[in-house]
Write a new protein. Structure first.
Length: 408
């Protein structure tokens, strides 16, 4: 994809949405979308093609949700799976808006994993130019033995990559929206384990974040949405999906999705749009292309991430919050140059962060709204000092806000 991938889980049926509804996706700041669910037994092909045409017209891509592409039966009868997927590909796979087909969600049995591997390989055989999509369960301690049957999580990911020829690794985790910090550690445990596993398997990592309140999860506000996206990007994610956008028929205690059961925009729509569009405009190209070297935390650590002590990133001797806020400190490289990403790692409070650089660093540029700017001249009401040739620069951070700095 030309843009950093930000999309959403759809769940509507083909025919429920019309071409005009794709404008909502564009207004939400999405760069791709899961398509409506298509079943050839009762869906109309033209309805799906209309949605794909609208995606193409509005600069969006789509992952096709077609029942013929699901993993079911792939291990038992691969020839039959290949036949039905080839039909799906002929119907929708050649459309310029299509980036891949959805294989399935959260496999948990051995036969499911076998079917996913076979389905993925068959899809690549039929359509090598596309990227098959599958979403895995969140990580929990012991999943290696209880479900995956591998000694380590990274071994499992490498097995899937090597045997299934996977092009990406994606999972979901929503515990970060539990009350207060009840699920924060598990959120970062997932980011840590999946990031390490993706690196071992040499796969890009995607994740699914939460945009609708349900169960114990609160209704995400703008600070929550910003924090989730910032944390995921800072920890190395190369693609994001939001769960979910369309309420459809109300169920359980699901509430205030971006578009409600009446097809109307809710109070979630505007902040989700702003968070997505701000990220893509300011940071999207950087995080699409940059390589994560390492990620640490300061103030308070979660999920097994190490504490940043000032020795982990050459050129940086310290990162601290002026107000005791926890932070994420990530080292990225792009085109041979060094970057540090700092996130105010809380959705609950604002604060300032300062970075101190080693004496050999002579210039620090912040990635702003219109590109990089020298913090010496563009620090506004924040902080900049040079003492004995040592630069210390600082910025104010909203809850969950991030900044990216190039230092040299």
């Amino acid at each position: 994809m030309k843009k950093y991938p930000i999309g959403f889980w759809n769940y509507t049926s083909t025919g429920d949405l019309k071409k005009k509804d794709v404008l909502d996706w564009k207004d939400l700041g999405m760069s791709f979308a899961m398509s409506p669910e298509y079943n050839p037994a009762h869906s109309k092909k033209q309805d799906m093609l209309d949605i794909l045409d609208a995606c193409e017209e509005n600069g969006l891509k789509s992952i096709i949700c077609d029942s013929r592409a699901r993993w079911y039966g792939a291990a038992d009868n691969p020839d039959e799976y290949k036949k039905r997927f080839a039909e799906a590909y002929e119907d929708f796979g050649r459309h310029p808006a299509t980036i891949g087909f959805h294989i399935g969600d959260e496999p948990s049995r051995e036969i499911d994993f076998q079917s996913c591997i076979i389905a993925n390989k068959i899809q690549l055989e039929v359509a090598p130019n596309l990227t098959p999509f599958i979403n895995f369960l969140p990580y929990w301690r012991g999943i290696e033995q209880s479900i995956l049957h591998f000694d380590t999580f990274s071994e499992w990911a490498s097995h899937m990559a090597d045997n299934g020829k996977f092009k990406m690794l994606c999972y979901d985790c929503y515990t970060q929206m539990n009350p207060e910090e009840d699920g924060t550690d598990r959120f970062f445990l997932n980011l840590k384990y999946y990031s390490d596993a993706a690196k071992a398997a040499k796969l890009p990592l995607w994740t699914t974040l939460l945009s609708v309140g349900h169960y114990r999860y609160r209704e995400p506000d703008e600070d929550d949405l910003r924090w989730q996206l910032s944390a995921a990007a800072a920890c190395g994610c190369k693609g994001i999906l939001w769960f979910f956008i369309y309420m459809r028929a109300p169920m359980s205690n699901y509430r205030v999705s971006a578009i409600d059961e009446f097809g109307e925009r809710t109070r979630t729509f505007e902040p989700l749009s702003r968070v997505n569009r701000h990220f893509l405009h300011r940071f999207g190209d950087f995080f699409r292309d940059a390589e994560l070297i390492g990620a640490w935390m300061t103030g308070k650590t979660y999920g097994g991430y190490g504490e940043f002590t000032g020795s982990e990133i050459p050129g940086i001797t310290g990162v601290e919050s002026s107000h005791g806020n926890p932070g994420i400190v990530s080292h990225f490289k792009l085109d041979g140059r060094n970057y540090v990403c700092v996130v105010n790692n809380t959705p609950f409070k604002s604060g300032a962060f300062k970075i101190t650089y080693s004496k050999d660093i002579k210039k620090v540029n912040r990635l702003g709204w219109n590109g990089f700017q020298d913090t010496k001249y563009y620090h506004g009401d924040a902080f900049y000092s040079e003492n004995d040739g040592i630069i210390t620069s600082g910025d104010w951070y909203a809850p969950g806000q991030m900044n990216v700095y190039r230092f040299e």
